[in-house]
Design a binder for this molecule. Sequence first.
Ligand SMILES: Nc1nc2c(c(=O)[nH]1)N[C@H]1C(S)=C(S)[C@@H](COP(=O)(O)OP(=O)(O)OC[C@H]3O[C@@H](n4cnc5c(=O)[nH]c(N)nc54)[C@H](O)[C@@H]3O)O[C@H]1N2
Ligand SMILES: Nc1nc2c(c(=O)[nH]1)N[C@H]1C(S)=C(S)[C@@H](COP(=O)(O)OP(=O)(O)OC[C@H]3O[C@@H](n4cnc5c(=O)[nH]c(N)nc54)[C@H](O)[C@@H]3O)O[C@H]1N2
Ligand code: SF4
Ligand SMILES: [Mo]
Length: 752
Amino acid sequence: MTSISRRKVLELPLAWAAATSLESLPVLGAVTQEPDRWVKSVCRYCGTGCGLFIGVKDGKVTAVKGDARNHNEGYLCVKGAMLPEMMDSPDRLLHPLVRKNGQLQRASWEEAMSLVASRFRQSIEQHGPDSVAFYGSGQALTEETYLANKLFKGGIGTNNIDGNPRLCMASAAGGYITAFGKDEPMGCYEDIDYANVFLLVGSNAAEAHPILWGRILRRKENNPATRIIVVDPRRTRTAAYADLWLDCKPGMDLSILNAMAQVMVNEEMVDERFIRTHLQFGLGAEANQSWEAYKQWLAAYTPQRAEADSGVSADKIIQAARWFGEPGVPAMSMWTMGVNQRTQGVWLNNLIMNLSLITGKIGKPGSTPFSLTGQPNACGGVRDGGALAHLLPFGRLVANAAHRTEVEALWKLPAGRISAKPGHSAVEMFQALESGQVKCLYVMTTNPGQSLPNAGRYRKAMASEDTFLVVAEAFHPTRTSELADVVLPSALWAEKEGIYGCSERRYQLLEKAIEPSGEARPDFDILKDLGQRLGHGSLLDFPTPAAAWDEIREAARGTAYDFTGMTRDRLRQASGLLWPLPTPTHPGTRRRYVQGEDPLVAADWPHRIQFYGRPGNKAVVWMRDQKLPAEMPDAEYPLYLNTGRILEHWHTATMTGKVKALAATHLEAVAEMHPTDVKRLGLRNGQRVRLRSRRGSLVLRVRQTENARPGSVYAHFHDPERLTNLLTIDALDPASKEPEFKIAAITVEPEP
Ligand SMILES: Nc1nc2c(c(=O)[nH]1)N[C@H]1C(S)=C(S)[C@@H](COP(=O)(O)OP(=O)(O)OC[C@H]3O[C@@H](n4cnc5c(=O)[nH]c(N)nc54)[C@H](O)[C@@H]3O)O[C@H]1N2
Ligand SMILES: Nc1nc2c(c(=O)[nH]1)N[C@H]1C(S)=C(S)[C@@H](COP(=O)(O)OP(=O)(O)OC[C@H]3O[C@@H](n4cnc5c(=O)[nH]c(N)nc54)[C@H](O)[C@@H]3O)O[C@H]1N2
Ligand code: SF4
Ligand SMILES: [Mo]
């Protein structure tokens, strides 16, 4: 890489430079060779969804540059800026592989696909449609996900289709649906430019959403009164820059959020009129409680109780409540996996949203609850495609007969074709593979052999001779493709076209820039081929992804996620469009549920806001008690294990690991430990230690750092050589079925 513009880096606002290390400075792009043409696209990585242009020369991607017209104003972080280098990696899979005599060997497409089709057909005939399954991704294009769902639910007749969003945003979806009746945030990125208070819970945005974090810092720079509050057990790069850091005990932040609500009630920061007009109160599964009952319930959560639970001083909790609750001051909450990947994930989502609801700080510029979406199309493909075990397109439910009928009509299927039985959610799908209920599994755009919790257990199930595993991948080997019976080479990012939806309901078109490498094919074409071979070709009879998009828009019509007016042509022109967007002339919606902005609010609705997703147009404040995590440290496993991300790498590093400069930066997983623990255990910095949990063990080097939490070890899960997920627990949130990746109990011993 020759020219990340040094001058541009130096022109950046000082606050950005102060807050982030040099590695995380936004850059404008990278050029290896001056391109012949620029193609409009979106970054392949995080849910920030930065717009960019792909530079092409001689059929190769030789450059990227940020799209100055898009929300990212031309900036990209290091990962986005270095995208070109992954395209040509020697590990790109250029032809199909089939396992013969225990070895994966080169095969033709015909041989590979006819094997996949015959194994699936056989299983369906002998054991029924529920003996096969599909495991997808919030990184697949919307059209691909839609096709997979249509094939499995509408064609094969099984609801065994789920994906990695279950490891990621499922708890946030559960939070939105229980509070508002509909999934997805109501705010937008522009709210950052108006907020005076940011409450980040379980989000390390400085590393996981760097360009949005840059926007937060710019807001603070322009408006020094801005306060940033961070709730995280670890002193992250985000926490390091906070005005107030609530360093909670792992898993004990429900008490903090309840105590903040109590302070807001006691100090009369709540908006009684808003509460009477727009809110209901709920306990358990029913929204049948009163405001008075809520206040009584809240009385148990004093700041002192929260201090006892969480270890965060009552003073800090009161301060956080006063900042967030101060009447008239715009306040925005943001949260990610420290909240969602918890056995109380949905409940935590409820408690965060409660703060915006009781203060009426919602639906106004700078005031909104706003979950940060992880994957580039988690806020799009999976919900629109309906590709989770309990879902049909656009929030429709498998368990709802009227919804099944609607989708059967749309797909021109005979009545009763779609099974009424929800399928297996992600982790349960791999348990069904283990027990033999599921015999054939198709994995696309995800790497579960590395990313599932308690991975040792599920790797065994995938490797078993009794299961048939198909992996569609752009690279080989990965920690999943190594276990497969068939590996299909997929076209990657710039090699195909389709839609991604990022955190703010912004949908963007990724244009095809170059031809697929080797014999690779777009997943869209591979799925069509599979459908045809299984006798469902007519269902997937779309000549192009654009044709599938037309049907997807039709499926959206009349739902709360309506973007019927988002034609391909408009998306080709625009730097993304925000739904709801029901007609071809509608400009898109920055703030949902808001009169005058959201076209789905009734024209004669007499109030500023209409929560039309819920009966009576009222959102729900839920009473949710603090519980303990599924596994707590004890005498045998005395330390917490916390896992997550770092700036330079993407998940299982199949992509970022192919970029030299990134591969050279922190790819090795290390055990980050506080000096007091290192000393107490008689260890030293850099020493090899064995981490052991009830599920597995792993050798890492110690990295001693003041930023670690005493009593807790942090390790990222990017390193394919050292699988952190051998240690993590597969306990699930009962409501969202999302695993508790963030909390497990381990022991650490010196490794000879
Ligand atoms: N660089 C980079 N960026 C990414 C990704 C990537 O792989 N690399 N992946 C994308 C995806 S898919 C996702 S889902 C997002 C995730 O984005 P984030 O959720 O921001 O990232 P994580 O590091 O998983 O976890 C966030 C924080 O949760 C904290 N945490 C752990 N336990 C608790 C707890 O009990 N309470 C609280 N309040 N916090 C806790 C951790 O200490 C950690 O700092 O990032 C997206 N962006
Ligand atoms: N311990 C721990 N584990 C975690 C988490 C955590 O915080 N801690 N976070 C969880 C979360 S939030 C997430 S989202 C998951 C992510 O986990 P995964 O989804 O398993 O991780 P990725 O590396 O993103 O896997 C995507 C795969 O798709 C391949 N690929 C890229 N483009 C294409 C394409 O166009 N077609 C096809 N067929 N393949 C393609 C890539 O090479 C890569 O191998 O990890 C989860 N696991
Ligand atoms: S912030 Fe996310 S979307 Fe933007 S360039 Fe970085 S990885 Fe890509
Ligand atoms: Mo994620």
